[in-house]
Design a protein around this ligand. Structure first.
Ligand SMILES: Nc1ncnc2c1ncn2[C@@H]1O[C@H](COP(=O)(O)OP(=O)(O)O)[C@@H](O)[C@H]1O
Ligand SMILES: [Mg+2]
Length: 295
């Protein structure tokens, strides 16, 4: 099957500021593909090119050479512009910059209205999208009174109402509190699992990346690592040299290995870590740990 997104030998530079010499190309023959239905986390230090990549994926930016294909449509072809925007929905970091109406359902209707769809189809899509992000009860609420996580879910609903096949989210949880982060991540994971939505999740949070099918680590406009979370987070030295952290469970596993207690496999979540430790210890309780600190 053809990947839903194909980045083929893309070269891209931002225009030079007036009076300054041209910046080095950010992407120099970058190639990447994303399979339909996959959940990929994109990681990388500030300035590594993650946001630029997200804008190339839905045609907001165009490469100087090479091609970006979304569902086979070349974003550089003017006549494909709408097809590309409808295929790839982009969600940004700050939900306040994406909300355009003061009422939740009006905000979600904005995209489909611009597509010129009939009112009954718009109604159907808005109801469906609000249900998908679990915001139906807030349908008639004022957008300005929502929490950050709720606003971000409304912004996602606005994209879903366009019926995209792929969602690209550029650090969608960076401005949210822990609860908002959980809400948004759970919503998007459910969309991926249940609706088969292709997800490209750009994040700074390693524990979010640990839940993806695939992690792509970018550095200076190139791909430094690309693999499953277990493959990527096993590369401690490479990650350190790129100035990147690891999920807490991996950090603990490496610390245990450093003191001579290597776990049977690299855990990615706290639950994995607890299970691996139990196995390592043969589930024995020698009486030292009473668990009396729990309440
Ligand atoms: N609009 C722009 N004009 C000029 N340079 C930019 C612009 N946006 C980003 N850059 C530069 O491109 C590089 C990659 O930026 P970006 O894609 O935002 O990376 P990331 O999202 O990984 O932090 C950085 O060096 C940044 O300064
Ligand atoms: Mg960015």
């Amino acid at each position: 099957m053809q990947p839903i997104i194909q980045v083929q030998s893309v070269c891209f530079s931002y225009a030079a500021e007036e009076g300054k010499k041209p910046a080095e190309p950010l992407f120099d023959h970058l190639s990447l593909e994303f399979e339909e239905g996959s959940f990929t986390a994109v990681l990388g230090h500030n300035g590594s090119g993650k946001s630029t990549l997200s804008r190339l994926l839905n045609g907001l930016l165009l490469p100087q050479s090479g091609r970006v294909l979304a569902a086979g449509y070349d974003a550089a072809d003017e006549e494909n512009a709408l097809a590309v925007r409808k295929t790839v929905g982009l969600v940004f970091q700050n939900p306040d910059n994406q909300i355009v109406s003061s009422i939740v359902e009006e905000d979600v209707a904005f995209g489909p209205e611009n597509l010129g769809l009939p009112p009954e189809e718009i109604r159907r899509r808005v109801d469906e999208a609000l249900r998908q992000v679990d915001m139906t009860d807030y349908r008639t609420h004022s957008t300005s009174r929502l929490s950050g996580g709720q606003k971000q879910r409304v912004a996602i609903a606005g994209m879903l109402a366009m019926h995209p096949r792929c969602l690209v989210l550029d650090e969608p949880t960076a401005m949210l509190d822990p609860r908002g982060r959980r809400e948004v991540l759970q919503t998007v994971r459910r969309l991926n699992r249940e609706a088969g939505m292709t997800v490209i999740w750009i994040t700074h949070y390693m524990e979010e990346a640990a839940l993806a099918d695939r992690c792509v680590v970018m550095q200076k406009g190139g791909v430094l690592l690309d693999g499953t979370p277990a493959e990527v987070f096993a590369r401690r030295q490479v990650l350190q040299s790129a100035g990147l952290d690891m999920p807490p469970a991996c950090r603990l596993a490496f610390a245990l290995a450093d003191v001579g207690l290597p776990l049977p496999c690299l855990p990615l979540t706290e639950e994995d870590c607890a299970a691996a430790l139990a196995r390592l210890l043969g589930r024995e309780n020698n009486g030292e740990g009473t668990g009396a600190w729990q309440n």
